[in-house]
Design a protein around this ligand. Structure first.
Ligand SMILES: Cc1ncc(COP(=O)(O)O)c(C=O)c1O
Length: 426
């Protein structure tokens, strides 16, 4: 049957695509670098990076060329065989963390599933333990196990009974964690910087305390690095940044395993885990798998992303511009103290914490303050992303310059001024 193209693209979506996302009213036509163009030709500055994915911006030539070259050479082959691209990527990841092994899959949720299965297998062989403690406001994915792991009720509603073996405690509260541990606890899983939960970094004392607790009780310390990993905080993994750990060296403070995703492929879907030497062989032959995981194209993309970050010292770029982003956002807070409560986050993962009860957002009670601010930003030509009801996330691509950041904050200023005008508070 011919498609009815007289309808708008959003209308066609509502007829043909499951409505599980609330999409912003923006129809994207194309994107290059930090620029997104909609179907009316309007330009937007992209400070969302496809939710922390397009770390090299859009359409980066290194990624395009690596994918084209790889497609000519070897596209997909399956994990029934050996091929160099996958082991080369594993070696590069190990080089950036510490000795261990990697497993590859396709999405962040699957990477966390692999961590959960690793913990269950480890617990099975060490006293039959299977409980995993996670934190309030965490986000670990949308599969049945990862919604049970996620510390946000909204992702679970309607999907009961929940997958068993998960409980949550307050983030950054070591006492609460210690009290929650029982003889059946096998692992603790948390993000180094909570992403969807509102950009809260773990404190150094908390991370060290968890490591000590896990070692003492023979539990696994698992970190979800899907959003905050892969250089988003200016170091390969957030714990290396927060505890100032060396690259490529075993450290007593490292976790036992870390999930990877999002920026790993720079836009090509891929994900995985790194498991420390001590648990690297827990997932033995036949215990886990996925058809596409670590396929040659995905690995070539991930290798090109790592090479481009290294060649351009992009991690250094993040560390040196982190304060520019923070102080620009801080000056915005000073201009709108009635609407912005604080600035928080780390590296290229920072944002504005809004005052939900500000007059600016009150006129429209049906939308969260963060969504209203992101819509206003879109109107001004800026893409930023909500993290919960009151945080607006800036997740610049690693290639962003100080001029890009200044432009982004200026556009956000325009957006807040427009919101103030329309709500009659200015
Ligand atoms: C910290 C964290 N873990 C896991 C996920 C799930 O990743 P995916 O959507 O690729 O399954 C996300 C996605 O936002 C995330 O932010």
């Amino acid at each position: 049957m011919p498609q009815n193209h007289s309808q708008s693209i959003p209308e066609r979506f509502s007829n043909s695509v499951v409505g599980n996302y609330s999409r912003f009213p923006l129809v994207v036509r194309e994107a290059r670098g930090l620029e997104i163009i909609d179907t009316d030709g309007k330009r937007y500055l992209d400070m969302g990076s496809g939710i922390a994915v397009n770390c090299l911006g859009h359409g980066h030539p290194a990624l395009r060329e690596a994918l084209a070259r790889q497609f000519e050479k070897l596209d997909h082959i399956s994990n029934l065989y050996f091929f160099e691209e996958q082991v080369a990527l594993a070696e590069q990841i190990i080089d950036r963390i510490a000795p261990g092994k990697c497993f590859f899959c396709n999405s962040g949720a699957e990477a966390n599933e692999a961590l959960i299965k690793l913990a269950r297998k480890f617990g099975d062989s060490s006293g039959g333990r299977y409980d995993i403690i996670t934190t309030h406001n965490s986000f670990h994915g949308r599969t049945l196990a990862t919604i049970a792991a996620t510390g946000q009720q909204k992702v679970r509603t309607g999907f009961g009974p929940l997958f068993p073996g998960f409980s949550q405690v307050a983030f950054n509260d070591l006492n609460a964690l210690e009290e929650a541990v029982t003889d059946s606890t096998v692992a603790i899983l948390l993000e180094g910087v909570q992403g969807e939960g509102g950009l809260t970094p773990a404190s150094p004392e908390y991370l060290r305390g968890i490591r000590e607790l896990c070692t003492k009780r023979n539990m696994l310390f698992l970190m979800d690095g899907v959003q905050c990993g892969h250089y988003r905080t200016g170091r390969f993994q957030s714990i290396q940044r927060i505890l100032d750990l060396p690259d490529s060296a075993p450290s007593e403070w490292l976790p036992d395993a870390i999930s990877l995703g999002k920026s790993l492929g720079g836009g090509f879907p891929t994900a995985g885990i790194w498991a420390a030497a001590r648990v690297q062989d827990v997932l033995s032959a036949g215990s886990h798998g996925t058809t596409y995981g670590g396929n040659p194209l995905a690995c070539a993309a991930a290798l090109a992303v790592l090479q481009t970050i290294a060649d351009g010292n992009l991690d250094q770029n993040i560390r040196s511009l982190e304060n520019v982003l923070r102080s620009e956002l801080e000056s915005l807070r000073q201009r709108y103290p009635e609407a912005i409560e604080s600035v928080r986050g780390l590296g290229f993962m920072q944002g504005l914490v809004l005052r939900e009860d500000a007059g600016l957002f009150k006129a429209n009670q049906s939308q969260a303050a963060s969504v209203q601010a992101c819509l206003a930003a879109q109107g001004a030509g800026l893409i930023v992303i909500p993290a919960g009801p009151k945080v607006v996330r800036f997740l610049p691509p690693y290639i962003a310059s100080s001029d890009d950041i200044a432009e982004a904050v200026q556009l956000m200023d325009t957006a807040l001024a427009a919101l103030a005008n329309s709500s009659g508070t200015k």
